[in-house]
Every structure is written in C-alpha cells, then in structure tokens.
Design a protein around this ligand. Sequence first.
Ligand SMILES: CC(C)(COP(=O)(O)OP(=O)(O)OC[C@H]1O[C@@H](n2cnc3c(N)ncnc32)[C@H](O)[C@@H]1OP(=O)(O)O)[C@@H](O)C(=O)NCCC(=O)NCCS
Length: 213
Amino acid sequence: MREEDIPFVQEIERQSQMTPWSALTYRREIRNRQACRYVVARAESQPPNGRSPHTEYPLLIRMLQRIGLILPTLHPATPIVGYGGIWLNETSGHITTIAVAPAHRRRGVGELILNALIDGAYELHAEYLSLEVRVSNLTAQRLYLKYGFRPVGQRANYYTDNQEDALVMWTDPINTTTYKDRLRELRQQLYERLRQQANQVTAESPRSGPIVG
Ligand SMILES: CC(C)(COP(=O)(O)OP(=O)(O)OC[C@H]1O[C@@H](n2cnc3c(N)ncnc32)[C@H](O)[C@@H]1OP(=O)(O)O)[C@@H](O)C(=O)NCCC(=O)NCCS
C-alpha cells in the first residue's frame, strides 16, 4: 500500500462498513516499516477505451495526488479491490485490518491478501498470528479458521460503534513444519483456484485476476 492508494482503500473500507480509519492513521502505519506491513490487491484490467488518465497523464495525476486533490473517478489503471495490514505486537503478527470490495468477494482475493500478510509476519519475525473479529462476522471467522486461527477468548464491548464483543483468535506457532506444510497446501489450492478463474476470465474477456502488491 502506498500513500496515494489511501483514498481508494478508504472507499472499500466505507463499502465494507468497518470502523473507518483516518488517512493519517494509514499514513502512520504504512511508514512504520519496522513493525507494519500493508498491502493492496489490484485487478489487472483495461479501461473501457483502452486508455487511463493514470497512464496518459502520469505527471499530472502525481501532482494532483501530491496536493491531495485526487478525483475519486480517476482510479488507477489497475484498480484496488482489497487491502490488509499487519502489525508486529511483541511476538505476534496482529492482523489489523482486511477487506475486499463487495463486487470482488468470494473469488479468493481475501485469502490472497491474508497470505501476503502472513508473508509480512514472517518478514517481521513473528512467532504467532493474532487478531480480533466481531463475534457476528462469521464470514471472516471462516477465512481465519481455514488458516489455523483458533478462538482463545472474547473482549466485551470491544467495538465502539455498536458495543459488539470481539472474538480473539490466535494461531499455533507459525515457524513449525506443521504450520508451514499446511500453509503450503493452502497456497497450492489457492493458486490453482486463481489460475482457473484467470483462465475463465481470459476466455471471456481480456481482463484477468487480482495481483497483490
Ligand atoms: C472477510 C473478507 C475479507 C473475505 O474476502 P473474500 O475475498 O470474499 O474471501 P475469499 O473468496 O478469499 O474466501 C476465503 C475463505 O473465506 C471464507 N468465506 C469468504 N466468504 C464467505 C462467505 N460469504 N460465507 C462463508 N465463508 C466465506 C471461506 O472460508 C473461504 O474459503 P472457501 O472459498 O474455501 O470456502 C470479505 O468478506 C470482506 O471484505 N468482508 C468485510 C470486511 C471484513 O469483515 N473484514 C474482516 C474484519 S476482521
């Protein structure tokens, strides 16, 4: 995630009805390379007329971005479809946020982002992964369960918008052969799924699947 991505990330955040973060918070997190990793997933696509203002007028766009004048309609040539972040809290890589744009859900993008965050956790020398999730958010919980997170407790009234409780989830140690073998299997399955989807899409139109960067 780069600073110029923040407005697009915030748009997905709004669509996902998550507690919004300020642009300042995102900037602070992105700059904290000692303890944080933030990623976005982009959909490779061509604008309808084959031209994008970002590729045609890169200097102008960069100037507008620098002075904070980003027009929401001027999306990057490869639009952002999801994002996520992780923060090293002592020994644990703590997932701070993750969301996929509603139109791009259920196609493996969330899983792809989670994998990028797990790579970030390894890079930061984390020993475990942890997170909080709304007790009602069974969709996200299923994604986490798939990657070895287990419920270890609850925090009462954790979410200030509706006083909902948070479920606290942790993985087993991630540097064991057991965890790494399971991760490799899951990644192979995900890769196969994304490859098949990309083939299908390519057969239908020139658009293709997501990439994380
Ligand atoms: C949670 C979220 C990121 C998942 O993203 P996604 O791209 O739709 O998920 P994927 O397609 O990668 O699915 C991965 C796994 O998540 C679970 N999952 C995702 N959507 C699901 C759904 N609608 N119902 C049940 N399980 C679901 C499944 O375990 C799925 O694996 P499977 O395909 O083998 O069944 C997305 O739903 C989202 O942005 N939600 C709103 C924001 C949010 O709740 N963030 C979490 C805050 S803690």
